[in-house]
Design a protein around this ligand. Structure first.
Ligand SMILES: [Zn+2]
Ligand SMILES: [Zn+2]
Length: 267
């Protein structure tokens, strides 16, 4: 049982302490967690870009957690990098400078606009809004390589003002297929982000059929993360996600040490 996507008070949108998170993970009998606080590089003028202010302190606190809870729980040094075209070089530099076990690459902004906010959708149909988000991911992952897995692939559905419908996972599917092929060629994985279970789609991000497509195309690297920003969401629906992954044909979950994948047999 792993939770490879946890935010703490090092992210401006969370108040969870690492200590509380570790204690709770032990209580839930998770084997392994990764702290993955936000690092959205770029300007912060509009307040969209969340970032760890003191990265040395962040890593130091994870070391302390490893000292205190390491005998009960594996704790990984992770980060969630927010990709945008103009931050790629800075992101690579930052990753080189510090040693992380696990890196989630996520796209939170398209053309500087956050799909969390309404302006992104102006003048677009639902299909265009999905397609434009996926096209941005594809452009970015063709250029950027310093990460372990792509975060919440169909994140666009999370805040969309368009009502969620059954067939929405088919929107822009040709671009999604290209994204998956690019990830596979580059030896990168996807995460199953269980925060999606709280959304009206009632399924993780990405949609189960996209997870199956990744497997069918030859993908092997898959992690599970809750994207918890508070205690109650740690380990959320992990057991359900494991069943889903198994059903999609995976025999192994992936964990990461110093950026290298380690495969864990699913029982
Ligand atoms: Zn994210
Ligand atoms: Zn996150």
């Amino acid at each position: 049982m792993q939770d490879y996507h946890i935010h703490t008070l090092f992210s401006a949108d969370s108040t969870l302490s690492m200590e509380e998170a570790c204690r709770h993970a032990v209580k839930l009998e998770l084997n392994e967690i990764a702290f993955t606080d936000h690092m959205d590089l770029g300007d912060n003028t509009e307040g969209y870009c969340l970032k760890i202010r003191d990265i040395k302190q962040y890593l130091h606190t994870i070391n302390t957690m490893q000292d205190h809870y390491g005998h009960l729980l594996s704790i990984r040094k992770g980060i969630e990098i927010g990709l945008q075209p103009h931050v790629i070089k800075d992101a690579e530099k930052m990753i080189c400078e510090y040693s992380f076990d696990f890196i989630i690459a996520s796209v939170h902004l398209v053309n500087g606009m956050d799909p969390y906010l309404g302006e992104y959708y102006q003048g677009m149909t639902k299909e265009q809004s999905y397609r434009s988000y996926y096209e941005e991911i594809l452009r970015l992952i063709k250029k950027y390589d310093s990460y372990s897995v792509l975060g919440h692939l169909d994140y666009i559905k999370r805040y969309s003002p368009f009502a969620y419908e059954e067939g929405d996972h088919l929107l822009g599917l040709d671009v999604v297929q290209e994204i998956l092929k690019t990830l596979i060629i580059k030896g990168k994985g996807i995460e199953v982000n269980t925060s999606g279970y709280q959304h009206s789609s009632e399924c993780p991000m990405p949609h189960p059929s996209i997870i199956r497509m990744y497997k069918e195309l030859g993908g092997e690297i898959i992690t599970i993360g809750s994207d918890a920003h508070s205690l109650k969401h740690i380990g959320h629906q992990t057991a359900q996600a494991i069943e889903l992954i198994k059903g999609a044909g995976f025999s192994y979950l992936t964990a990461f040490d110093a950026g290298y994948p380690r495969f864990i047999k699913i029982k």
